[in-house]
Write a protein that binds this ligand. Structure first.
Ligand SMILES: *Cc1c(COP(=O)(O)O)cnc(C)c1O
Length: 354
């Protein structure tokens, strides 16, 4: 496949990198590629960022056959640009494809196309501390058809957005509400896919949590509502005594790349890491007996998100005295040092773009 490139006639002003938020500004160009059963994936192109023209009957608008990825490009102190484990994102993209009956993509071709796109947009890489270029690959079902089946045609696109530091107000713990009334995903469903539908399923509980003054929802399993799954759109870790515990990947949990990196780093430091089922009752009991040392989430956006307060039913517990725990702090520093090139990457996680 030959990647074609069409440059924008007029370039947008590049925003001040110290005043960025999340997901509001997009660069001058995007990557597009189409699928139909005759040609397979075809016509890969980098072209000016533009709206997608679609028929009101386009299947994705009605039945939600849509998947995405989220990763970041980082500018290092020496001015080079690098990605953190991007091949794992494209591998997961294909896993999501399989679960949503979308034809798989050539991971290496996409990776090369992404590097090309970032190279073209290199001036958009912000350099203020904690900022990055967020990358959003997406696939949507394109058939203009109202019957229910998997679409025959698809559009794949990648857009880029300069984003601000997640912790612009400091590395602060968040308050989490454990929901008993709603579930995000069930085993056998889409929980393991990075599917747009999972986000639609999370909104109601998210709004309810915000109304109570909580930032995110902690999801329990969809069957017994006992076992812990994830928090918001992050994976979750508990430090109980000297063990770092995270729920095992059971089919309804998203396999986070940050989660995997947390496990790998912790192991490399000789810490005890365990992937297993863990109930909310066990966490509450560990707190009652003074053994719950830390709770934190992991994901590309926040890297590590310490939890300072958990509410379950009418019980409210404070974790790590509402401060950032030492394990969370060490992981945050180690991961961001690798991502921004401040420390050598001994794990083989970094891919150089420029
Ligand atoms: C993207 C995502 C995560 C985090 O995955 P990372 O690869 O670490 O960014 C966790 N849970 C859900 C539901 C997600 O969509």
């Amino acid at each position: 496949m030959q990647l074609s490139i069409k440059s924008a006639d007029k370039l947008k002003p590049i925003p001040d990198s110290s005043a960025l938020s999340f997901g509001t500004i997009f660069t001058d160009h995007m990557f597009n590629m189409d699928y139909n059963p005759e040609k397979g994936w075809h016509n890969p192109r980098i072209e000016p960022y533009a709206p997608i023209n679609m028929d009101p009957s386009t299947m994705v608008l009605h039945y939600g056959q849509s998947i995405f990825e989220g990763l970041k490009a980082y500018r290092t102190g020496s001015g080079s640009i690098q990605l953190f484990r991007p091949k794992d994102n494209f591998k997961r993209f294909n896993n999501s494809c399989r679960l949503l009956c979308i034809p798989e993509v050539d991971e290496n071709f996409l990776f090369d196309s992404l590097k090309k796109l970032i190279t073209i947009e290199k001036n958009w890489l912000p350099d203020a501390p904690g900022t990055s270029l967020y990358i959003r690959p997406t696939i949507i079902a394109m058939d203009p058809f109202l019957g229910v089946r998997a679409s025959y045609t698809y559009r794949l696109f990648i857009i880029l957005s300069p984003v601000g530091a997640y912790y612009s107000a400091g590395f602060n713990p968040v308050k989490i509400l454990v929901t008993k009334d709603h579930v995000r995903a069930v085993r056998g469903g889409l929980g393991e896919a990075k599917a747009s539908a999972n986000y639609a399923a999370s909104l109601y509980a998210g709004e309810a949590a915000h109304k109570e003054g909580y930032t995110q929802v902690l999801w329990l399993d969809g069957i017994e509502q006992k076992y812990i799954e994830e928090v918001g759109s992050m994976n979750i870790f508990f430090v109980i005594d000297d063990e770092i515990i995270t729920p095992s990947l059971n089919g309804s949990i998203l396999s986070g790349i940050t989660r995997n990196s947390v496990l790998a780093l912790s192991k490399s430091w000789g810490l005890k890491t365990i992937e297993r089922r863990i109930t909310i009752d066990e966490v509450m009991q560990a707190h009652a007996s003074g053994k719950l040392k830390e709770v934190f989430g992991s994901g590309t956006a926040a890297v590590i998100s310490p939890v300072g307060e958990l509410k379950y039913g009418d019980k409210v517990i404070t974790v790590s005295d509402g401060k950032v725990g030492s394990v969370a702090n060490k992981l945050f520093k180690a991961l961001t040092d690798i991502q921004y090139g401040r420390e050598k990457d001994t794990m083989g996680w970094i891919e150089q773009v420029i």
